[in-house]
Design a protein around this ligand. Structure first.
Ligand code: SAM
Length: 316
């Protein structure tokens, strides 16, 4: 509409509001001939409405349906009014995967479309489907992702922790000794780390992280997208003392901040650089020392240049 025909804005006390209240809209589930291949369908991790329209299209049209838990898929289809149309849902889970995989691979070789979903979230992420996708790709079948919910990414996005570089480490091992080594290994890396954990063991894991670094920020994301969703943030020391941690129930993701930058005294930095500058260029010495001491290469380079008696513009 031309600018002059726009209705005058209402006085909302300085607060911008939409011109009309939201209306109920209809969203269509398509009935299209699906491309042949394996369609890995992400499904909700809690709220059923987190299903995508694309996921419903695929569940509606796929010639063969396979699921980690057939009842869960059936229930999801019922909720969203997607009919089975005489299709059987094949079970594909950790205990029968080797037996079931050949039938699915054969259907793919015949040019059929197969939809696979795990119990919740994105298949293959701490869930079955990896070998199926691997073998499907190896035999030349197309593998399609139908992206959607993922507990790991949901927790990362609300954690408030840096998301530029992160590592998903899955579930910690159950035995104490193996867990301690495993946690130390991931706690050292320079990235935000995402872990899945059972609510029975989450306190133990937080205590072990407290032993590694009491000041490390940890975010506990529980029951995401569900009625009792809860997010607890704090240092390991704060979480160990937090009464909310004593009665955690439901599904839990832990997100750990990266290690604090190393604090190195000037003398240590200078002597490390001087030693290397005897046999290396300024650039190489700075790179090695930065890596060894966990410092920013740019800062170390400035000190290396000063020690070598060169200006910032000088080349090696
Ligand atoms: N494939 C799934 C995904 O992409 O989210 C993850 C499956 S894994 C077997 C299950 C674990 O995911 C749970 O033990 C928990 O750590 C995490 N999880 C799943 N749903 C969750 C939720 N609603 N809130 C918090 N964590 C959840």
């Amino acid at each position: 509409m031309p600018v002059s025909e726009r209705p005058a804005p209402r006085n909302t006390g300085g607060r911008a509001t939409p011109d009309e209240p939201a209306r109920r809209l209809s969203a269509h589930v398509e009935a299209v001939a699906l491309e042949p291949g394996l369609h890995l369908v992400a499904t909700p991790i809690g709220a059923a409405r987190d299903i995508t329209l694309h996921a419903l299209d695929v569940l509606n049209s796929a010639e063969l349906l396979a699921a980690e838990d057939t009842r869960v898929m059936r229930h999801l289809m019922d909720i969203h009014g997607v009919p089975l149309r005489g299709r059987r849902i094949m079970a594909y889970h950790d205990h029968n995967a080797d037996r079931q995989r050949p039938a699915i691979l054969a259907a793919l070789r015949e040019g059929r479309s197969v939809a696979y979903a795990s119990d919740a979230g994105t298949p293959l992420v701490a869930d079955p489907g990896y070998r199926l996708a691997r073998d499907a790709a190896a035999q030349g079948s197309r593998v399609h992702a139908v992206p959607g919910p993922s507990a790991a990414l949901a927790a990362l996005s609300l954690s408030g922790l840096p998301s530029d570089r992160f590592l998903f480490a899955g579930f910690p091992p159950a035995t104490k000794a193996a867990r301690a080594t495993w946690l130390r290994q991931w706690a050292l890396i320079d990235a935000t780390v995402i872990l899945f954990e059972s609510p029975r063991r989450v306190n133990q894991t937080v205590e072990e992280l407290f032993e590694i670094e009491a000041n490390r920020i940890i975010v506990v994301a529980r029951e995401l997208t569900k009625k009792f969703e809860e997010v607890i943030r704090g240092t390991a020391a704060e979480l160990v003392a937090d009464p909310r941690m004593q009665s955690l129930k439901g599904e839990v993701v832990l997100v750990l901040d990266r290690p604090a930058p190393a604090v190195v005294d000037e003398d240590q930095l200078r002597s490390a650089l001087q030693e290397r500058l005897r046999s290396m260029t300024v650039k190489d010495a700075a790179r090695e020392v930065a890596l060894d001491l966990g410092l920013r290469r740019r800062d170390v380079y400035q000190t290396a240049l000063a020690l070598a008696g060169r200006g910032a513009g000088d080349e090696d």
